[in-house]
Design a protein around this ligand. Sequence first.
Ligand code: ADP
Ligand code: ADP
Length: 226
Amino acid sequence: TLRLETVGISKQYGNVRANQGIGLSVRAGEIHAVLGENGAGKSTLMKIIYGAVQPDAGELRWNGQPVRIKSPAQARALGISMVYQHFSLFDTLTAAENVWLGLDKSLSLAEVTTRIRELAGQYGLEVDPLRPVHTLSVGERQRVEIVRALLTGPQLLILDEPTSVLTPQAVDKLFVTLRRLAEQGCAILYISHKLDEIRALCTHCTVLRAGKVSGEVDPRTQSSAE
Ligand code: ADP
Ligand code: ADP
């Protein structure tokens, strides 16, 4: 079962030290929150794990072995999927067409449509693959993005502030899906600055402050004071 570690990860933009020696470890079955205020370095760390940004120093370890992840495509091939904060679907295309476009084209559109239906059923995600994206609600769009992320069979799923645009009902549905994924052995990194959500959902929580790990808390026993 998966264990991903970041060891001494540092990244500087100009004179902004976005990540300063970050060490974090996430395992299969964990819903691991990364909590921190705006600018704390959360997105930078996730982009490094996803291969979208290269660190200046430090390394990633995949089951104890050092890995270099040079691109998001390489991250996906390794078993890492990302659900972005900003939606990235084409409005005029259907959900299935969008998902198909994001893959390496080894599946046909018909096969992708079938896989979406299977995954949607398996994870309780209400998604109609044949509807154009412009007819979907924000929550439905996010479910399409989640299905896209799941289609490559990730061992690690990263979500960056996934609830910022969702209704409370959509948040509930998202949490049901994430719990089911974790139970099935997926490791989940959950980026958020909402302590109440983290307490409701997460099994672990690493707190970032000004580019450093300022502590780890057990979200199930954490009081609301932060
Ligand atoms: P968070 O996700 O916790 O809000 P970020 O990782 O996005 O934090 O940002 C950490 C710091 O790095 C911030 O000061 C931010 O302005 C800066 N930063 C992030 N990305 C870039 C970039 N591409 N260019 C310059 N500065 C950046
Ligand atoms: P940001 O830091 O806005 O503020 P991100 O690095 O999170 O930018 O994402 C950059 C953009 O790349 C996203 O807003 C999205 O439009 C696009 N994108 C991200 N992930 C995918 C994906 N898996 N497939 C297609 N497009 C994507």
